[in-house]
Structure formats: C-alpha cells, structure tokens
Write a protein that binds this ligand. Structure first.
Ligand SMILES: [Ca+2]
Ligand SMILES: [Ca+2]
Ligand SMILES: [Ca+2]
Length: 277
C-alpha cells in the first residue's frame, strides 16, 4: 500500500504540472468481418414471436482481440423481403459472446437470448439485387460495454423483426436476411439454430465451407497502453487521462499498462516505468 500511495502521489504531482485533458481512444472499429453485399446467399436471422413458423436463428463467427477491449456496438446488415415502404423493421437485437474451443464456438461467456438490446437502423441506399422491396439496412446493436481480454472469441447475433410483413400483413416470411459471399475458403462462420442449440453451415454442407457474415464490432481498445493522446508515447501529457480513468473504476483498456487485463496499482507502476526515458 505504501508503494501504491507513493505512486498515486507522484501521479497527482504530475497532473499539477501538466495541462490539457487528453482523451483515450474511443469507439473505434476493433473487428471488421467484411463489407456488406448486395448479392449472395441470404442467411435469415430473426426472433419472430408471432410467425406461424417461429424462426430463431443467429449468425455466428469468430473474432480476435490483440489487446484488452470494451465492446460497445455490433453492426450487421440485412433486408426484410416485402419492405415496400422502406422503413426500419427491426425492434431489438440479441448478442452472445462465446469463448473459442480449438477453432469452434465454445461456452457462452456474455449475453443471452432473453435480454433485448437497443438497436438503431440506417438505410444503406442499396437493395438486394434489383428488388425494390428489399432495402438493405445497417442495424447497430448497443452492447453493454463488455470487457474482454486479448484472445479469440465467437460472437452470435440475431434480431427481433417487425412481425408483420409490410407488403401484405403476412406473419410469415418476414425474416431479416443478411447476404454472405459464395463460401470463401477461409470462412468458418455458422448459422445457429437457437431452439435446438445446433450449428450448421447453410452455404455448402458438402464441402464444409462456412459463412462470412458481414458485421463489425466497435468499442474501446488500446493500441499503446498508457498513451491516451495517441501520439504513440507515454508522456506527462497522458497523466491526467490515466489518473482520471484509473480512479473512475470503469475498465479502460489503455490503463491496463501491464497487460494483465486488470486495472489496479500494478498499472501505476507500469505506467511510471513507461514514462521514464
Ligand atoms: Ca470467421
Ligand atoms: Ca501519449
Ligand atoms: Ca493491469
């Protein structure tokens, strides 16, 4: 504790002689699984409560974090057939994070299929091929600031559609569909049946080639721990932001200077060492 107090005292002294309040890296794309397409395989996802054939599928793919990160948003793409009035049709999103089991989806570590997450929707300006009633939307799902350590993970997501097909009032066929490319050799994503907890590959079951659904994850990550003004170095200018973030108690990846995915006094020691020439 004595050492920790000394370090904190040193840091506050540095705050007093520094100026400005630099901010850490916020809200950058930390994983991009590929651009959205206007043609390709349609993979339907949805959480259609009142459809005559309830349709509960999720897309699943892996992602890699090279530094501690806090996940704040997942954005995906899709269309709803029959959306003749071109209006947002998604009510909520659902996301789970799984660990990696030797290159396949492992155990669920964050999220569930019962907590609706807030969504926002934006028309991309494109439609599926030439179908005027299939406008493609980007759906951004707000994540509850999930903190993850470096490693390989899998993300699963689906959405709750408007249960009524806009063109004819039908309760069937109104699934939100995302377009994926012809199976690229490196693709290893899955279509996942929520009801039966079953993974399957819709694209090409004969060859085992997987999906590569277009989505991206945003959040706070840290390229250079201890560097809050993003000039590439730990300097006295980074001290105020470091102290503020450390004392806030909320995990901030750039505070984790010693890279153990925890935020505590050991990071003060590592930060001071980073400051020293
Ligand atoms: Ca993948
Ligand atoms: Ca800096
Ligand atoms: Ca740490």
């Amino acid at each position: 504790m004595g050492i920790r107090k000394i370090y904190i005292g040193l840091l506050f002294a540095m705050v007093c002689v520094s100026f400005g309040m630099p901010t850490g890296a916020q809200g950058q794309v930390i994983w991009n699984n590929g651009p959205y397409l206007t043609n390709g395989f349609g993979l339907s996802i949805g959480w259609n409560q009142s459809a005559s054939t309830p349709f509960r599928f999720a897309l699943t793919d892996d992602f890699v974090l090279s530094s501690p990160a806090t996940l704040t948003k997942l954005s995906c793409y899709g269309y709803m057939t029959g959306n003749v009035n071109n209006e947002p049709q998604v009510i909520a999103g659902y996301v789970r994070i799984l660990d990696d089991n030797n290159g396949t989806p492992g155990s669920v570590i964050l999220g569930d299929w019962v907590t609706p997450l807030e969504v926002s929707e934006e028309f991309t300006g494109d439609t599926y091929s030439t179908f005027a009633d299939r406008p493609i939307y980007r759906v951004t799902i707000q994540l509850p600031n999930w903190q993850l350590c470096p490693g390989t993970y899998w993300v699963q997501y689906n959405v709750d559609n408007n249960d009524i097909r806009p063109s004819n009032g039908s309760l069937t066929g109104n699934y939100f569909s995302t377009l994926t490319p012809n199976p690229p050799p490196e693709a290893n994503g899955y279509h996942y049946a929520v009801f039966t907890d079953t993974y399957f590959i819709l694209d090409d079951p004969d060859t085992g080639q997987g999906n590569a659904p277009p989505f991206f994850l945003e959040g706070d990550a840290c390229v250079a721990p201890g560097d809050f003004d993003e000039d590439g170095f730990c300097t006295v200018a980074d001290v105020p932001a470091f102290v503020d973030a450390l004392l806030s108690g909320a995990f901030e990846p750039c505070v984790d200077v010693n890279g153990d995915c925890e935020m505590n006094g050991r990071d003060i020691q590592a930060f001071v060492q980073c400051l020293l020439p």
